[in-house]
Design a protein around this ligand. Sequence first.
Ligand SMILES: *[C@@H]1O[C@H](CO)[C@@H](O)[C@H](O)[C@H]1NC(C)=O
Length: 227
Amino acid sequence: MGCGDYLVVLVLLVVYSCVAFTVVESAVVPLPESVLRWFGIAGEEAGSCGPQLEIATPACKVVETRKEYELRKYNTEIWVETLVGNSTFESATSTGFYRCFDFISGKNSEGMKIEMTSPIHITPAPHTNGYKVAFFVPSRFKAVKDLPTPQDSEVHIYQSKGAVKAVIGPFGGFPSDKDYEAKAAELKKALDKDGLKYDETTVLYAGYSSPFQFRNRKQEVHVNVVA
Ligand SMILES: *[C@@H]1O[C@H](CO)[C@@H](O)[C@H](O)[C@H]1NC(C)=O
């Protein structure tokens, strides 16, 4: 790998800056009635939760905080996403980052520039032997049709469904795929212990910290909880 490649990987492995994050422990409530109740929160106004940054992050609401993880309700959101198949974690993350970054930098049908947000989502896509990389689109865009068309045919815009997610983290450093997999295993073990069901295919890695931030970095692993 040349110097440039290392820089790309660095830019990639890292993604945003952030400030303090407070974990408040609360009593564990019985399940699954509580799960059903969380799904009933739809429509309620979402505030901010998770790492708080100076750039836009998806609105969400903490429904419950447990020892190993937090449960958050996310509303529908718009994401710019690309799939990088047949690729290692480092390479897919780098390639995917630049495809999405090019889109928000003006490589789209209107030459529109869209501000950077946080986090970046990296989703393992085992059936393609690769990963999906996605950027959150600022919430002033209300629908997919409000956005210009990507010039790169590998880049897609989609609207996510609202979901209740179990979140482990934040954890620091520059996590590798193995580090993220270990956190995901820890999260699933805790959910299994609590009898909470989750959709294995929705496991994703959320990177919040900027490439130039070496201390106090923050990453999380998310998975959708299902009723
Ligand atoms: C991965 O490589 C195989 C074999 O070359 C190819 O058929 C497949 O389309 C590739 N998948 C992706 C998602 O790029």
